[in-house]
Design a protein around this ligand. Structure first.
Ligand code: MG
Length: 157
């Protein structure tokens, strides 16, 4: 068994859709980034890459690459899933926390789990999603951006 950790954060700005866990969440601002800036999927991708020793998201999907402009992060997740299959790993479970003052993400967790489980070929109970505020402290507390943490457990077959 191998475990990996992932972290990501993106700035919130007006005029962008907010994409989280592969779902469009209605909000007055969205995350700024080269891709769709799905901070949750980016953290999960890095957790899986970390567990499998396959590098990190920036190595595989650099923000200097025009192919990834406004790209759905589900594509990153799918690509990394296929890498784990090629390398002989089985993903056991993924657990993640989204840290944001707003909006409320919990109402979208079922949809997100559905989406993530389909890509990772996991049961929905093998994907943990939680949302926390930062209790008003610091840049997260001021709503300047959103952060996500994730861990992934994989079996080296
Ligand atoms: Mg990112």
């Amino acid at each position: 068994m191998r475990i990996g950790i992932g972290y990501d954060s993106h700035r919130l700005e007006a005029g962008r859709p907010l994409i989280m866990g592969g779902i469009h969440v209605p909000f007055e601002r969205g995350l700024k980034g080269h891709s769709d800036a799905d901070v949750l999927i980016h953290a999960i991708v890095d957790a899986i890459l970390g567990a499998t020793g396959l590098g990190d998201i920036g190595t595989h999907f650099p923000d200097s690459d025009e192919r990834y402009r406004n790209c759905s992060s589900l594509y990153f997740l799918e690509t990394v899933y296929h890498m784990t299959q090629t390398e002989g790993y089985r993903i056991m479970n993924v657990d993640a926390v989204v840290i944001a003052e707003a909006p409320k993400f919990a109402p979208y967790f079922t949809q997100m789990k559905n989406q993530l489980a389909a890509v990772l070929q996991l049961k929905e109970k093998s994907i943990g999603l939680k949302a926390k505020t930062n209790e008003g402290m610091g840049w997260l507390g001021r709503g300047e951006g959103i952060a996500a943490l994730a861990v992934a457990l994989v079996e080296d077959l």
